[in-house]
Design a protein around this ligand. Sequence first.
Ligand SMILES: Nc1ncnc2c1ncn2[C@@H]1O[C@H](COP(=O)(O)OP(=O)(O)O)[C@@H](O)[C@H]1O
Ligand SMILES: [Mg+2]
Length: 351
Amino acid sequence: MIRFDGAAKRHPDGTVAVAGLDLEVPAGRITVLVGPSGCGKTTILRMVNRMVEPTSGRVLLDDTDVTRLPAAKLRRGIGYVIQQAGLFPHRRVIDNIATVPYLLGWERKKARARAAELLELVGLAPETAKRYPFQLSGGQQQRVGVARALAADPPVLLMDEPFSAVDPVVRAGLQEELLRLQGELNKTVLFVTHDIEEAVRLGDQVVVLREHGLIAQLADPHTLLTAPADESVAAFLGRDRGLRGLGLRSAAGVAVRPLTDTSQYGSWDLTREAEGRPANWLAPDGSTHPAPAFHPGTDTLRTALDAAVLSVAGLAVAVGPDGRAVGTADRAAVLAALADDRDRPVSTHGR
Ligand SMILES: Nc1ncnc2c1ncn2[C@@H]1O[C@H](COP(=O)(O)OP(=O)(O)O)[C@@H](O)[C@H]1O
Ligand SMILES: [Mg+2]
């Protein structure tokens, strides 16, 4: 666990970067710091690995004041990922990943074997190992950055806007990957972003900051979206926060009508492929239209509602794990699941 205990940073020029932060970052969870540019996020993060020393207050790592630990030793136990990955340009990917193991004095062979393992863990092909950073896409570089941070299996991971410089599609993939990794590794993650969407997607707890590192709200994503502490937090969350909340809820609770119950189809007919996968909605005039689908077990209510809204028949097709159509749900059924779910805390990551 990381604890900020009145931790403050005032620069010699008088700038108060962080006025005094009290915060607990629980072990094994993802805590996201989110707030506008200049509000002190990076300063807070760097107080943990002593790249910034507090001018008053303390930062405790498992009850030890970090200033009492030798900086080099402290940093080897903390993975650090930054925006442009911060890779060494003149080193091959494999040696970039093995940076900390080398520093720890591991034998070259063992360090490289570990690096190869991590390459696979973050979803990169083995041949990536021999490349230089400039030969990789932005998304691949970020994956290498994450692999490098994980190399010595540190219990703590600091991530400073790691996915901000890549395009939205790649970013979504990296977020997905981080959640999958975290499901396996259970690190204590302190993640910084200015993107509220990313914050609610990744965070077990989300800390909304305003200037000088002051906490505007600390909550789980669902509470944040449904009960913002004040007008400024609500404004920061944006106008469609209700809809985004749908993205945090499992579609498992949607009442699905079996395919045999065709009473709700109206004049539409659902055609299927030989293996039972949904194919199209067939109109009486013989024209066919896409049949948007959702997986109740793994998708969110947002996906289910989206499918129902996009469907010409007004019905989302529910498909089982094997891809076979099992039934349909209309928009009302999706919204009814939301109402049922309202008072229940959410499984943040659809896990
Ligand atoms: N070395 C410095 N000297 C003076 N002010 C600084 C210094 N470093 C950062 N700041 C100021 O501290 C505030 C917080 O910076 P930072 O933690 O980088 O914010 P964020 O990461 O949220 O964008 C900003 O106003 C920034 O200009
Ligand atoms: Mg920053």
